[in-house]
Every structure is written in structure tokens, then in C-alpha cells.
Design a protein around this ligand. Structure first.
Ligand code: ATP
Ligand code: MG
Length: 560
């Protein structure tokens, strides 16, 4: 059943950002600490793509003895919620990172950003434009056609200042005016064609309330926030590459305290997943999953509930490295990282998901004995666990075949198998109900074979199956998960269909009456389990005393 984990997985992938930082340190381009930041917009829960960015930014800071800031990019008042801020903090902490006192909000800089905007106006580097959206688009040109100057570009400094101040105090309706940088409408880079700095938004902000009627654009706020915090390496995804000249323009044209530089790496995409907060929000809002922390979701809260460990995510981030080119990562690489870590830490237990009763006929009625085995085969310090071996036990129905082929080494009529951690048994009789369904297997056990001992006469017994006492066990609910999507590239859909048409309608299977060894009553969500020969599991938050629920974290091996 189990195979070695992906032997081809590299131990550590390449990371070109390390080379850049090392060179910057060597050439004294940066003098003090390396400072990075993770700048989420609080408009949804974080996903695995963010996890990669968090590991990268906090990881680089750690590697070079620097620091990483957690900054909420809350410049857009209409989509942001306090709930998201709290969940993001939790997720970063869960991944094992600490921003210490460096928790920031872009909204804390609104006054400074405003003052700098006035400065740009005074230096004739920004102007109030009153074209409507459609006209603005027309004037902007496109990739083949240069743009044209806005007719408002020649407004005087005084008029610009007056209008901008009146925008600020709320004299105008949304969309009436915007503030734009005065750069170059003929630039081959569209982002340099007098980009927007401010727009009017009469919206309530989760932190600044109704103080502002204008809000800065991301492209203006981001470089300046980096500079205020004296970030040295501002790492973002590739789609911002063409925005870098404007990033630099902001730093060059304003008296900022810091001198940050932007570097881009490829956004991580993964097979069988979608990685966009907007799309994940749709799944939640349309009840296609059970909330943001549904264990099938690629959100950090989802994988946490599923039983993935922070260590396995770190391992994953290291293995995949950091690329400049678009990267589509195989979901199985992540799963093999999860297995590698869980194999090290998971407590072993036996659970039978699909029980069939075995009656051991050469034991007296009511027989019960305790057998002992390790909690973890390689960690004696975790101690031993006690299992009840009794006259009646359950094995998994899949471990029995009435007419087995020659290479089936588990139980069949007349065949022998070892009950893991206990005795060898032999199947003498198959009991069926009126419909022909197998209801019980009558077996005899070999008393000499306890705990892995060989048979006295040298008989070979190849198969080992897991089992649970039929009289001394815990009945639990087990939730088994399949992939959330049926295809490797869920966003690739035919005309008229969207990614949701690729949802796997069979991604959750619930088993109500799984039988687990008695010791499982002490399970906590922090302890991960390997149900031997079945997979890795963890206790779900829906559990109640006497009604435990387990999530399947990952199968024991690929290829099921
Ligand atoms: P989404 O499209 O899912 O909303 P986003 O980039 O808009 O993602 P932000 O909150 O703006 O989300 O992202 C915070 C940080 O996380 C950014 O620096 C961004 O580059 C990074 N990030 C987001 N998605 C990924 C991804 N798939 N791979 C790597 N980094 C990512
Ligand atoms: Mg975004």
C-alpha cells in the first residue's frame, strides 16, 4: 500500500532573490538591516499562494538577520473587513512567523500620502483631471497608440490645489475628479501615462471611519508605504513588473525616508486548485463549500483544519523555490511534503473504516487481553499504547476476499494473516446473511505469534492487516476528501462556463461509524494521527465528547 514519497522532489529549489540580497549586502547597497514586508489586502482569507509569499518574505528576513513587516494594504475602503484582518494575523502566526512590533496599516499613512500628493501638485508633477472614465480611457491610447494629454493637464498649481483640497473635504461626488501624476502620455509603458494617484470615494473605512473622502491608489500608496517603513526589498508578483517604473518614480520624486526596490517573482499556481481570493469567496458565498475553513479549501485556515502542519508548508516553500517564470506546481508535491512531516510526528493508531467482524473461535467467550505497541515506531520517548485484543475484532472489509487472486496477501478462506501488533489468524469459515452478504469471518488465532513473533513451525505469513476490538473501541465520524476540482486546470473552461463547472461533486465522503482503538478518546486537534495502513488524520473542530470527528489529512501514498 505505501510507496516511498516522491524521490525526485528537490531538497531545496533555486531562489534568485537570495542572490540579489547577498549581492546588495556585499556591495553595501543596503547598509542596515534587510527589511521585507508581507502586504495583504484584507479582502478575504489567505491561501496557499499567500503562504508561499509569507514563507518567502519572513524567511528571507530570518535568513539575513533582518525583519519582515506585516502591512495591511487597506487602501480600498469598500471591500475590506475586520474579520479578514484577524484571520490573516492568525494565519501568519500559525505559519510560525512573528512581525513583533512591525504591524502596519497603509491607512495609517493616509495623511503623509496626502501631504506628498500636495507636494507633487506644488511641484507641478500632479494635476486634478476631470475627464470621466470613458474619456480617460480614450485619451489613454493603447499598446499600439500613444495617449493624448488630458485637457485638464494645464491647470494651474493654484487651481489644482484648490480642487484637490475640496475633493478631500467631500465637495464633489464620486468620479467627478481624480488626481493624476504628470508623467508622459506617450510612454510605451501604459502605467506611466499620467497614472491615477487619488480618487473620490465617499465610503466608510474600517479604520479611518469617515475621515476621508478620497483614497490613494494602490500603485501610489504601495511604494510610499514601503519607503515610510524603510523596506529594502519589496517583493511582489510578476504582474507588477510593468508597474515598477512608476514605483521608482514615486520614490524619486518625493522626499521619502527610505529607498526601497521592487523585485518580482512568479505567482504560484497549483494543479487542481484555484488561487484567487475572489474566486474562493464565490465558493463560500454560494455555499459550494462549508466556509473559508472547509478542509477542501486551499485557504490557510482550510489546510490547518485539514491537518496540514506549518512545517510541511515550510518544506513545500523550500522545495519549490522561487521562480521568475510562471509556475504551475503539482498538488502532489505539496501532499508529499505533508506526508514527509506527518510521518515524523504523527501518533499511530488503528482505525477500521469499513468494518467486518472476525470471531476468533478458539478464544473463550468474553476473552479480552491488552497488547502494547509503540505510539511512534521511531520515537520511543512517546511511549506505548494499549490495545484490547478480544474474541471479536473488526478488520476492514477490503482486507478480505472470498475468491482472492494469487497475489492477494490478506485474508481469504483457508488463508492466514497477521493482525498488526497482535496475532496471526486463519480464516476457517465465511458466514453470510440471506442475501449472500458476508457478515462474519470465523477464525482461529495462533497463540505463539504475539507482537510479530514468527510461527513455531516456520509457516510464512505475508499479509498484515489492521484491526480494532469489537467490544472495546471508539466509534467516530471520518471525513474523507477528494480533490476540490476534477481537472488539473479548473480555470480552463469552455465558452459560457466558469471554474465552478469543474468542481468535484464527490469531494467529501462521510463515514459515520468508523471504529478506532480506545486510546483515541484523548485526541486533541494538535496531535496528528496516522491510522495505520489507512492515512493521516486529525481531530476536527466539530467534535464533541462522545462524538469525535476526524478529517483525513492526506492518504498514505499517491496513486489511489
Ligand atoms: P488574490 O488574487 O488571491 O486576491 P492578491 O495578490 O490580490 O491575491 P494580496 O492580498 O494583494 O492578494 O496579496 C498579498 C501578497 O501575497 C502579495 O505580495 C502577493 O504578491 C502575494 N501573493 C498573492 N497570491 C500569490 C500567489 N499565488 N503566489 C505567490 N504570491 C502571492
Ligand atoms: Mg489583490
Amino acid at each position: 500500500m505505501s510507496q516511498p514519497n516522491n524521490p525526485k522532489a528537490p531538497v531545496e529549489g533555486a531562489n534568485f532573490l537570495k542572490q540579489i540580497i547577498e549581492k546588495d549586502i556585499e556591495t553595501k547597497k543596503i547598509q542596515g538591516q534587510v527589511v521585507t514586508r508581507f502586504p495583504p489586502e484584507p479582502n478575504g482569507y489567505l491561501h496557499l499562494g499567500h503562504a508561499k509569499s509569507i514563507c518567502l518574505n519572513f524567511g528571507l528576513a530570518k535568513d539575513y538577520n533582518g525583519r519582515c513587516h506585516l502591512r495591511f494594504d487597506d487602501t480600498n475602503p469598500t471591500t475590506e473587513e475586520v474579520e479578514y484582518v484577524e484571520s490573516i494575523k492568525n494565519d501568519v502566526k500559525w505559519l510560525g512567523f512573528d512581525w513583533n512590533e512591525h504591524l502596519y496599516f497603509a491607512s495609517d499613512y493616509f495623511q503623509q500620502l496626502y501631504d506628498w500628493a500636495e507636494l507633487l501638485i506644488k511641484e507641478n508633477k500632479a494635476f486634478v483631471c476631470s475627464l470621466n472614465e470613458e474619456e480617460t480611457r480614450k485619451y489613454r491610447g493603447d499598446f499600439t497608440k500613444p495617449g493624448q494629454d488630458s485637457p485638464y493637464r494645464t491647470r494651474s498649481v493654484e487651481e489644482n490645489l484648490d480642487l484637490f483640497r475640496r475633493m478631500k473635504v467631500g465637495e464633489f461626488a464620486d468620479g467627478a475628479h481624480v488626481l493624476r501624476a504628470k508623467i508622459d502620455m506617450k510612454s510605451p509603458n501604459m502605467n506611466m501615462r499620467d497614472p491615477l494617484l487619488y480618487r473620490i470615494r465617499k465610503a466608510h473605512h474600517h479604520r479611518t471611519g469617515d475621515a476621508w473622502n478620497i483614497y490613494p491608489m494602490y500603485d501610489y500608496a504601495h511604494p510610499l508605504s514601503d519607503a515610510i517603513e524603510k523596506v529594502t526589498h519589496s517583493i511582489c508578483t510578476l504582474e507588477f513588473q510593468d508597474h515598477r517604473p512608476f514605483y521608482d518614480w514615486c520614490i524619486e520624486n518625493l522626499p521619502t525616508p527610505g529607498n526601497p526596490h521592487q523585485y518580482e517573482f512568479a505567482r504560484m499556481n497549483m494543479t487542481f486548485l484555484v488561487m484567487s481570493k475572489r474566486k474562493l469567496l464565490q465558493l463560500v458565498k454560494e455555499n459550494l463549500v462549508n466556509g473559508w475553513d472547509d478542509p477542501r479549501m486551499p485557504t490557510i485556515s482550510g489546510i490547518r483544519r485539514r491537518g496540514y502542519t506549518p512545517e510541511s508548508i515550510h518544506l513545500f516553500a523550500k522545495r519549490i523555490g522561487v521562480a521568475k517564470a510562471e509556475s504551475l506546481i503539482d498538488f502532489e508535491i505539496l501532499e508529499s511534503c505533508v506526508r514527509d512531516h506527518l510521518d515524523e510526528v504523527a501518533h499511530r493508531a488503528m482505525a477500521v473504516l469499513n468494518p467486518i467482524k472476525v470471531v476468533i473461535t478458539n478464544l473463550p467467550d468474553g476473552h479480552k487481553e491488552e497488547v502494547h505497541t509503540a505510539v511512534h515506531p521511531k520515537k520511543p520517548e512517546l511511549g506505548k499504547r494499549a490495545l484490547t485484543f478480544s474474541k471479536e475484532v473488526y478488520i476492514d472489509a477490503n482486507d478480505f476476499m472470498e475468491n482472492p487472486p494469487a497475489d492477494f496477501f490478506r485474508l481469504g478462506p483457508g488463508k492466514e494473516v497477521r493482525l498488526r501488533n497482535a496475532y496471526v489468524i486463519k480464516c476457517n469459515e465465511v458466514v453470510k446473511d440471506a442475501s449472500g452478504k458476508v457478515t462474519e469471518l470465523h477464525c482461529t488465532y495462533d497463540v505463539a505469534t504475539l507482537g510479530g513473533k514468527p510461527t513455531v513451525d516456520g509457516r510464512k505469513v505475508k499479509g498484515i492487516v489492521h484491526w480494532v476490538s469489537a467490544v472495546d473501541n471508539v466509534e467516530v465520524e471520518v471525513r474523507l476528501y477528494g480533490r476540490l476540482f476534477t481537472v488539473a486546470d479548473p480555470e480552463n473552461t469552455p465558452e459560457g462556463k466558469d471554474f465552478k463547472s469543474n468542481l468535484n461533486t464527490d469531494s467529501l465522503r462521510v463515514i459515520k461509524n468508523a471504529k478506532v482503538e480506545k486510546g483515541i478518546v484523548t485526541a486533541t486537534p494538535e496531535i496528528r494521527y496516522q491510522f495505520e495502513r489507512v492515512g493521516y488524520f486529525c481531530l476536527d473542530k466539530d467534535s464533541k465528547p462522545g462524538a469525535l470527528v476526524f478529517n483525513q489529512t492526506v492518504e498514505l501514498s499517491t496513486g489511489h
